[in-house]
Design a protein around this ligand. Structure first.
Ligand code: FAD
Length: 374
């Protein structure tokens, strides 16, 4: 079985590793591996604290992935000797004013209807968990089983694991899909060569609609949703766990790493392929973060960056066979791609290797967007 994977973000990398471990010969094509959203992401693993109305299938997928994370990371770290910054210290969500608290209360009730234990905390209880929180914080929710990972370390480890498992990396851009007898037969590269393949996985994140030669409707539309983040540094303990805040209806989060980095994010902007970091975006993040954690202004500034989340028409992942036989799609992971990495790699590698696909993947098939896609 010859497999070509286009795109080496978390989804392409993890699937390449799993498919190669499953016995396939895998070629991974990317001019700059791990340079997309995966290098900017905060790395929260939050199926519970991010659940919203109408997204129950996504919640189930997220929970399935969170349950696999510990074993996934343990295997990865053992194989490569590299750490991923995986943490299981929970996520705290806090509310700044009474409207924000009302929103969290509604969320807690919704979580209860889904059978997920939600722990409501008073402002004082929130500050007991996180003493740097502002005295005015009204209350919060604690999701003790959520966690975080460092996506930059994760992609570095996945790149190493893929290499050790025999994945061939081709540092070129794919420009199109070679088609013969109405089936995908290979990936065309920017130097004109074609890598032949029995199956191809398109995992190019926000750029998944860029390939030439595909019949219209083969790949569901994916749009880029820009997110700006700030990386700060501290030498003294500042935050014990990832903390999300609602500040007058606007959402902000801070994710601490064990090495003293704190990721502050993130804006959500529908501006096409715009990667600019703007004064307004950074100001909003710092303004809201300072309301929750006044001491943030004392932290050392390290980096600003912007990334593009791959968003499908319904903001849920798109995983499964496309309308073109031989071409499988693995994109649209939007706000949850880091969380969804273990389960997506299992689902997509099973599809590529011809194995059975878990029922949890069914709602994410590309054919939900078009009657013509099968
Ligand atoms: P990407 O990481 O974007 O990778 C796509 C790859 O494809 C790139 O390496 C690119 O070079 C390559 N490529 C593009 N075109 C071609 C081509 N023609 N040929 C070959 N290769 C190509 N998720 C979470 O779970 N938790 C979070 O806390 C979180 N925070 C986020 C914060 C921000 C600011 C952003 C932007 C995203 C965040 N996400 C988070 C979402 C997560 O980052 C994405 O869902 C995930 O990284 C998508 O991975 P991917 O592999 O599909 O795409």
């Amino acid at each position: 079985m010859e497999i070509v994977i286009i795109g080496a973000g978390v989804i392409g990398l993890a699937t390449a590793w799993r498919a190669a471990a499953g016995g396939a010969r895998v070629t991974l094509v990317d001019p700059e591996p791990a340079s997309g959203a995966s290098s900017v992401a905060a790395g929260m693993l939050t199926p519970v604290s991010e659940v919203t109305y109408g997204e129950e299938p996504l919640l189930r997928l997220g929970l399935a992935s969170r349950d696999r994370y510990g074993a996934f990371v343990a295997e990865l770290e053992e194989l490569t000797g590299l750490e991923t910054g995986y943490r299981t210290d929970g996520i705290l969500q806090v509310a700044f004013d009474s409207d924000d608290l009302k929103y969290l209360d509604d969320l807690r009730r919704f979580q209860e209807t889904l059978g997920i234990p939600a722990e409501a905390l008073t402002g004082r209880e929130c500050r007991r968990l996180e003493p740097m929180l502002a005295p005015g914080v009204r209350g919060g929710l604690h999701a003790p089983e959520d966690g975080s990972v460092d996506p930059r370390r994760l992609t570095a480890a996945l790149l190493s694991a893929a290499g050790r498992t025999g994945v061939r990396l081709v540092r070129r851009r794919a420009t199109g899909i070679a088609v013969a007898n109405d089936a995908a037969t290979g990936a065309r590269l920017d130097d004109g060569t074609v890598i032949p393949a029995d199956r191809i996985l398109l995992a190019a994140g926000s750029w998944s609609g860029d390939l030439e030669g595909l019949p219209p409707g083969t790949v569901p539309p994916v749009r880029p949703v820009k997110g700006q983040v700030i990386r700060l540094r501290t030498r003294t303990p500042f935050l014990g766990r990832a903390t999300r805040g609602l500040v007058r209806g606007s959402s902000v989060y801070l994710v601490p790493r064990t090495d003293g980095e704190i990721v502050l994010g993130a804006t959500q902007e529908e501006l096409g392929f715009d990667m600019r970091v703007t004064a307004g975006g950074l100001w909003e993040l710092l303004r809201d973060a300072r309301e929750l954690l006044p001491g943030i202004t004392e932290l050392e500034f390290a980096e600003v960056s912007a990334g593009l989340r791959p968003g499908s028409p319904d903001n849920a992942p798109v995983m499964g066979p496309s309308a073109l036989p031989g071409l499988v799609v693995g994109t649209g992971h939007f706000r949850n791609g880091i969380l969804l990495t273990p389960v997506s790699a299992d689902i997509l590698s099973a599809m590529l290797l011809g194995g059975s696909v878990p029922g949890v993947a069914v709602p994410f098939s590309p054919d939900r967007f078009s009657a013509e896609v099968h």
